[in-house]
Design a protein around this ligand. Sequence first.
Ligand code: TMP
Ligand code: ASP
Length: 238
Amino acid sequence: MNITKLEQKYEGKAKKVFATSDPSFYIVEYKDDATAFNGLKKGTISGKGIINNKMSNLMFQLLEKNGVKTHFVEQLNDRETLVKAVSIVPLEIIIRNVAAGSFSKRYGVPEGTALKCPTLEFSLKNDELNDPLINDSHIIALGVATEKELAEISALAYKVNEVLKEFFAGIGVKLIDFKIEAGRLPDGSIVLADEISPDTCRFWDAKTNEKLDKDRFRRDMGGVEQAYQEMFRRITNV
Ligand code: TMP
Ligand code: ASP
């Protein structure tokens, strides 16, 4: 495709988004910057941008094969990917299979407790408000998404979980929880957007429960780069 990169449209904590010569497409560039606790903790995870770019793209392709529509078009190089231009629904869409993180804290459930069924929750993407938890009726009442979009987003999230849980089980990894984002195409349809990486998922080794994700950075556990590399090694060896 003969598309050139134009001006930066947006810079997030882990990625930049650029306009292109075709308004139907954006270019996403993955950075090594890492933040936690809404930007209070800052650092760099060397090589993270390359791993997250490649890993996300492999996950999006796997999901497409399984009937999930995504924004993915084509990987351009180590850090850049061509994606469909979407407007992001300002929600963090979180699925959990095992209690961890904020869920464990909020409900007083030890990390590692298996949940009887996957849970779905939403946070409003708003840094100033610290991404507050938001329920379905609030989302609809505030016009963040319509009832129909919310039903589509929820079905998409559970489907992503089924596909990813099985895939990661096959490479000896438990998918504890993850966050995804959804985007609207110009025709109003909903697609999976953003990224799927150790930044946005909790991955535990199936045998040892060793953490292979960004919790190593959030919690100053060390071995951060090695964890990202190990996840990438397992995914690309399959
Ligand atoms: P939590 O337990 O801190 O709510 O996180 C749930 C999942 O969402 C976990 O896999 C990490 C991911 N996540 C993000 O991708 N971005 C965020 O800003 C936060 C807080 C969590
Ligand atoms: N994206 C979060 C931040 O606000 C970090 C996290 O993933 O915990 O910095």
